[in-house]
Design a protein around this ligand. Structure first.
Ligand code: KG4
Ligand code: ZN
Length: 353
């Protein structure tokens, strides 16, 4: 199967082609991503209406580039996977309508994919990881620990009760005048900082729940920063390093505790934009070593939003005989584990709980 993936759920317009090679191993043929970061810059966050319009003007061109890079044309595509939720509805509609139009006009089956499932299955594309595994999904809209037992078999073990981890990074960057993209800028500043200079709170630590909380961290950084005004470059670096260390500690602590709930699993996968943070990866590596786990961290380009993960999730579902019909509507909310209750306030986009 040659699957074309389309992703438009937030502020990246992306298209990709994936397949399996002769031995059945996953193969990424192209992965084109157009970030809208400049369009939203002056507003300090993603503006849904601007995002939808930007997707609309870019999508045809991005799909053409993905096909070109894969050295294919539409006649060789055997299935289309498109993000149909969760996310910003205007953007989702652009992707979904494009997929439906291509499907109807070219007679290619298409399938609506859950964006979170895309993140969750990425290690199967990049590292051919076998089920079951434990997944730490950390991005701008979601922070979850999920047990993945098979395609569509997800048990959420933990979520954030307020801000998402990526949101904590983005807000810290904004507060310290580091601009966007928040996470990478905090990581960069932290490189010359002293991570032990400030001690920030780790809410819920020591309690029975596996859930996480990050909004207190943001407040603690603001209070500390106010005390230091005017901030020197070194103060900013130290605040970033201390913040990053605290987040890495919280995530490591929760993963360590989640491992104890997961008999029969020996792989921890870290996915989502925040997974590209090297301090966090380093800390998780230690947890894995101590618990005889293997840590799988997909390459950076496949950690942040992309269409390869959507194409891959679709490929797995097509192989199971699934496809969508023309009545499919975008969903702003679509939990990965439908059996767990949603936690109010968990994540900036809400939709991605
Ligand atoms: O998965 P993603 O591309 O988009 C969704 O939110 O779905 O994740 C983006 C988030 C942003 O909050 C960004 O600041 C964060 O991932 N991020 C990072 C790093 N790179 C991206 N956070 C910390 N360190 C990084 N190096
Ligand atoms: Zn995402």
């Amino acid at each position: 199967m040659n699957i074309l993936g389309i992703e438009t759920s937030c502020d990246e317009t992306a298209a990709s082609v994936v397949t399996r090679d002769g031995d059945g191993k996953p193969k990424l043929l192209s992965n084109v991503i157009l970030s809208q970061i400049d369009e939203h810059f002056e507003f300090g966050g993603v503006v849904p209406e601007i995002a939808a319009r930007a997707h609309l003007s870019a999508i045809d061109h991005i799909i053409t580039r993905a096909l070109d890079e894969a050295k294919m044309d539409l006649s060789q595509i055997t299935g289309i996977g498109v993000t149909s939720g969760p996310g910003l509805v205007g953007g989702l509609m652009v992707g979904l309508m494009t997929a439906k139009a291509l499907s109807a006009s070219r007679n290619i089956p298409y399938l609506g994919v859950n964006h979170l499932e895309g993140h969750a299955l990425t290690p199967r594309l990049t590292d051919d990881v076998a089920y079951p595994y434990l997944l730490l999904l950390v991005s701008g809209g979601h922070s979850q620990i999920v047990r993945v037992d098979g395609l569509g078999e997800y048990t959420r073990l933990a979520t954030t009760i307020d801000d998402a981890v990526g949101e904590a990074f983005d807000k810290t960057a904004k507060l310290l005048g580091l601009g966007v993209p928040g996470g990478p800028n905090v990581e960069k500043a932290a490189r010359s900082g002293d991570e032990n200079r400030f001690k920030f709170p780790m809410p819920l630590r020591g309690q029975e729940t596996l859930n996480m909380s990050f909004s207190g961290l943001k407040t603690a950084i603001r209070i500390q920063a106010q005390k230091l005004v005017p901030l020197s470059d070194q103060d900013i670096a130290d605040l970033c390093a201390s913040m990053q260390k605290t987040v890495a500690e919280i995530l490591a602590n929760r993963c360590e505790r989640a491992v104890a709930f997961c008999d029969g699993i020996n792989t921890l996968v870290v996915a989502g934009g925040v997974a590209s943070n090297s301090k966090i990866r380093e800390r998780l590596d230690t947890v894995c070593e101590q618990n005889q786990y293997t840590l799988i961290a997909p390459p950076l380009k496949l950690c942040t939003d992309n269409a390869a993960m959507i194409a891959w999730a679709a490929l797995e579902r097509f192989e199971r005989g699934e496809k969508s019909d023309m009545s499919l509507a975008p969903r702003s909310r679509w939990p990965l584990d439908g059996s767990t209750e949603s936690v109010i306030g968990s994540g900036r986009k809400g939709a991605k709980v």
